[in-house]
Write a protein that binds this ligand. Structure first.
Ligand SMILES: [Zn+2]
Length: 687
């Protein structure tokens, strides 16, 4: 390199940075590059060289996007203005209700002016610029506090490191937007990960699944959103830099020094600052908003990322301020959800799966198709009755749909002259253990609780995230340990030894130690999670919570009678019977007792800030309240009360707003339940 004076170097560095930022914007935000990649690389190399030789590195230089910072963990980051989630409207009626609520709140009959934006199915992030320079990038987290992922955010080229001077000049601004993974590149990423994993395994190294440091717990990403999230939360930013992430800005959080009048001004500023944005449309009145949401839904496939709805926002910032927020959502915004995506394919076979509670589910094995970049090979057919109703046969062409993370399902058979084979019927015996099948209503059941398929299902659930959360003990591992005869029930997990594991395929010294360490860590567990992990029929996370709060200890729960159980709000006769049957079975009770010797139950926390007028009381809400129902509900629950949907003998108060439900009122009168107004409720709460 020719010797330059420091002044010359500084001038060239500054020119290069501007040049590179301009090309970044053209390439990543406008998809309209001016120069070939090789020329761009040359500029970047020259910049890095000059910065190093002349000691001119600064954090907002484009060279820092590729610096490759490795961190141990992400620091918490507090948002200036909380990033709230948005309430969902699943249909047109709910969207209109939102509009009516908004008008009522603003005490106006006139049409409201809204703006409409696509709702990205990605990872929300907030970027803080101080005096125009990107200082922090953070995930949404719980809305108040996210994770500081600045080094990773900087690797995303569509994010300007410095706000373009063409836009307004705030002292501080939080840019809100979504990090997405392009659909077109998603399959390729998974393919690469699969190959990498195979290579690691061949070389006897730890596969990605248990690579603690990078926190990659998935070998393959389930969907593009997971890929975006997994890439953004890499501890090594050079990994993030290799992922083709995009950032779309959709709003502004905290802002000092510039006063935006409305959402369209914000949209204009985002464009001027150099962000990638999607169209923000002005809609006069809710009818127009609904119309544009429908148009957007029709062309959702033309985007290279998933859009799962349209966001409606009140345009005026002044009105937004008046509307304010509930405990959970802004009152000035609502997301109109799109219907699930559908596609047609062929049924290659219909197989039968045995679940953890013994239920048999027919499953359509499909000719693989892709929806939103995800390959789909199977779809649930629920029950024999469903298969017959829809008349799905092997060889048929069917419409399938997928919504979010939900398992794909068969919607209908495409009518055709050529029908598939004969109609489906359930096998007479369990496909796994040969036990004769029993019928229970519309369900088919393998009654053998020692059925290997059921044990596998129960142990997999036991180790899963919502239960004991034992990383590295997925369905495949469980299957392997069962067929080796090492696991016979859930309690066996806690007596596994390294010697047992080392003899097995796929376990090396290190991986065996890792699994045992995970198991050790899982021993501390809340009573609620413990109940949820037992696979008691009809008991899900919500019921587990109710039972844990009511009975407080396993001893109490196991000793509970039918009467004790049905007295609990949210527990019906069917559920009570199921709990009694579960603990009445000596084998299952034995497993629970063995488990209790292995785990350490955490104490149930007492609800905080109890209010004696509310605590322990059960409320039903009816009619329209001046505050959203969710808010009233969470307030009552915070004070130790309960809110249920229907009036029964266990109800203490019926809170009646305007236009109350007549059935609820009548029932409350019949039962002599206290009927109170919203004002009365507020006085009880202490508002
Ligand atoms: Zn069976």
């Amino acid at each position: 390199m020719a010797r330059l004076t420091k002044k010359q170097a500084r001038a060239e560095v500054s020119r290069l940075r501007e040049e590179i930022s301009r090309h970044d914007h053209l390439y990543y935000a406008e998809s309209n590059p001016e120069i070939p990649d090789a020329d761009y690389d040359k500029l970047m190399r020259r910049l890095i060289e000059l910065e190093q030789v002349y000691d001119l590195v600064v954090p907002d230089s484009p060279s820092q996007r590729v610096a490759g910072e490795v961190t141990e963990q992400f620091n918490p980051f507090s948002h200036v203005i909380p990033m709230m989630s948005i309430d969902n409207a699943v249909d047109e009626q709910e969207t209109r209700e939102f509009d009516q609520r908004t008008k009522r709140f603003l005490k106006t009959e006139e049409e409201i002016e809204y703006v409409l934006q696509p709702k990205f199915d990605g990872v929300s992030a907030s970027l803080t610029y101080v005096k125009g320079v990107l200082l922090h990038g953070a995930t949404r987290g719980d809305g108040k506090t996210g994770e500081d992922v600045t080094a990773n955010i900087k690797t995303i080229r569509s994010i300007p490191l410095v706000l373009s001077k063409q836009g307004p000049k705030p002292n501080l601004v939080e840019i809100r937007g979504e990090v997405v993974f392009p659909l077109s590149l998603f399959a390729k990423l998974n393919e690469e990960r699969k190959k990498l994993n195979e290579r690691l395994e061949e070389e006897g190294r730890i596969p990605l699944e248990r690579n603690k440091k990078s926190k990659s717990t998935w070998v393959l990403f389930k969907n593009p959103r997971n890929a975006a999230s997994g890439s953004l939360r890499q501890l090594d930013s050079s990994v993030t830099a290799r992922r083709p992430l995009l950032f779309y800005a959709w709003g502004v959080g905290g802002c000092e020094g510039v006063d935006f009048k409305d959402e369209l001004e914000i949209y204009k500023a985002l464009c001027e600052w150099g962000f990638k944005v999607e169209e923000t449309r002005n809609c006069w009145g809710i009818d127009n908003a609904i119309k544009w949401a429908r148009k957007l839904e029709k062309k959702r496939d033309s985007f290279d990322y998933e859009i799962d709805g349209a966001v409606v926002k009140v345009r005026s910032r002044r009105l937004q301020e008046i509307l304010g927020t509930t405990a959970k959502y802004p009152r000035w915004s609502m997301a109109i959800k799109f219907s699930p995506k559908q596609i047609t394919t062929k049924v290659m076979d219909i197989t039968v799966q045995v679940g953890r509670t013994g239920h048999l589910t027919p499953v359509a094995e499909l000719e693989p198709v892709k929806i939103s970049g995800i390959e789909i090979k199977r779809a649930s057919l629920h029950t024999e009755d469903t298969v017959r109703e829809k008349d799905v046969r092997i060889g048929d062409t069917v419409v399938i749909q997928r919504a979010g993370d939900v398992i794909p399902e068969v919607v209908e058979v495409v009518p055709s002259q050529e029908r598939g084979e004969e109609a489906f019927s359930m096998p007479k015996n369990c496909p796994r253990c040969e036990t004769p099948i029993e019928r229970e209503g519309s369900f088919h059941l393998c009654p053998n609780i020692s059925c290997p398929a059921q044990i596998r299902g129960r142990i997999s659930l036991f180790a899963s995230r919502n239960a004991f959360d034992i990383e590295g003990l997925g369905a495949k591992r469980v299957e392997q340990l069962i067929s080796e005869g090492i696991l016979r029930n859930m309690a066996d997990i806690f007596t596994l030894t390294k010697e047992q594991l080392l003899g097995l395929e796929g376990f090396a010294e290190k991986s065996a130690e890792n699994l045992l360490e995970e198991i050790e860590k899982s021993r501390d567990i809340s009573f609620e999670r413990f109940i949820n992990s037992l696979s008691i029929k009809h008991v899900g996370a919500r019921t587990a919570q109710i039972l844990a709060r009511e009975f407080k200890t396993p001893e109490n729960l196991m000793a509970a009678t039918d009467e004790d159980l049905v007295r609990v709000d949210g527990v019906g006769e069917e559920l009570a019977q199921s709990v009694l049957r579960f603990f009445g079975d000596p084998e299952r009770k034995g497993v629970v007792e063995a488990l209790l010797r292995q785990v350490r139950l955490e104490k149930e926390p007492e609800p905080s800030g109890e209010n004696e007028k509310i605590a322990g009381k059960t409320f039903v809400l009816t009619g329209t309240l001046s505050i959203p129902r969710e808010e009233a509900k969470s307030e009552i629950e915070r004070l130790g009360g309960k809110v249920v949907n229907s009036v029964s003998g266990k109800t203490d108060f019926l809170v009646s707003g305007t236009d109350p439900g007549t059935a609820k009122l009548q029932k409350a009168r019949e039962l002599g339940t206290d009927i109170i107004t919203e004002e009365h409720l507020k006085s009880l709460i202490g508002l």
